[in-house]
Design a protein around this ligand. Structure first.
Ligand code: HEM
Ligand code: HEM
Length: 224
């Protein structure tokens, strides 16, 4: 067996993860710290909406292991991964494992829904999302209810689980998922061919251009 260094996470995916962490922390800080910061909550929310929309598109055109078709498997595979963890018959995956893949999909959907319902929410204290003008008060009430009563606890649970699981892999299962999310590479023991994520400067610039186009359109349409 030889050990090969495989590029798993392209730079745009790694930056996406870093900016997502900073953005989510910023959105939470601005909402809990003071009512005065709600405008900033909205702006950071729009930034997160741009970032998440970018990740959905990157899931179709990005580096090999960032593409949904290369990591999302049938839920049975996720169940099997959970069983294998219980019986100790683990088989590490080069990209997201089938269980992690579903957690990624669920997190992306939950954060997207949080940002979209935020756009339709009203705090009744002087700040409202830019779509509230186009909606009836019933829909604004429903969106606000979802954003604070369902979305808020949901994102806390998902964040808690995510971080606990990542550290569980690190300390209990001796599988370091964090270093590859920082450096992009995994050292993999194999003699077989393993696909790598393309991570050229051309692709990185295309990723940046896509993000600028998305965020430009979102901020232009919904300036807060
Ligand atoms: C606000 C906090 C966070 C959010 C919203 C978040 C969200 C995500 C998302 C959406 C992914 C999928 C990446 C992709 O394929 O595009 C991911 C992966 C990952 N995250 Fe986080 N994350 C957060 C914090 C953290 C922290 C604090 C750590 C480390 C201590 C971490 C470690 C990882 C790792 C290692 C992966 C890759 C997992 C794998 O190899 O399957 N995350 N995260
Ligand atoms: C993923 C991005 C977002 C996250 C994580 C997030 C998170 C939160 C949280 C935790 C609250 C506190 C709810 C409470 O205390 O009851 C909140 C409230 C609020 N957010 Fe967001 N938000 C996001 C995006 C947005 C966006 C894009 C907008 C509008 C442009 C927005 C508008 C609001 C409003 C109006 C409230 C007050 C709701 C109320 O008073 O019940 N949010 N948000």
């Amino acid at each position: 067996m030889t050990i090969k260094r495989i590029r798993v996470w392209d730079l745009p995916t790694r930056l996406f993860h870093l900016l997502l962490i900073l953005g989510v922390l910023g959105a939470l800080f601005t909402v809990y710290a003071s009512d005065e910061l709600m405008d900033w909550h909205g702006r950071i929310g729009l930034f997160l909406l741009s970032l998440l929309s970018w990740r959905v598109i990157w899931g179709f055109v990005g580096g090999h292991w960032s593409r949904f078709k290369h990591f999302v498997e049938h839920p049975k595979a996720a169940w099997q991964t959970l069983q294998n963890h219980r019986t100790g018959k683990r088989d590490p995956s080069i990209g997201h494992n089938p269980l992690g893949a579903w957690s990624v999909v669920i997190m992306l959907c939950a954060f997207l829904l949080q940002a979209l319902t935020g756009m339709c929410s009203d705090d009744e204290a002087g700040f409202s999302g830019p779509l509230t003008q186009n909606l009836s008060s019933d829909w604004v009430e429903r969106a606000t209810w979802y954003h604070s009563e369902i979305g808020q606890p949901l994102i806390w649970v998902l964040l808690g689980l995510h971080v606990v699981v990542v550290f569980y892999y690190r300390w209990r299962l001796q599988e370091d998922l964090i270093t590859p999310m920082v450096t992009g590479d995994k050292d993999w023991e194999t003699t077989d061919f393993i696909a790598e994520s393309k991570d050229t400067w051309g692709l990185r610039i295309a990723a940046l251009a896509l993000f600028c186009a998305l965020s430009g359109a979102i901020f232009y349409a919904f300036a807060i």
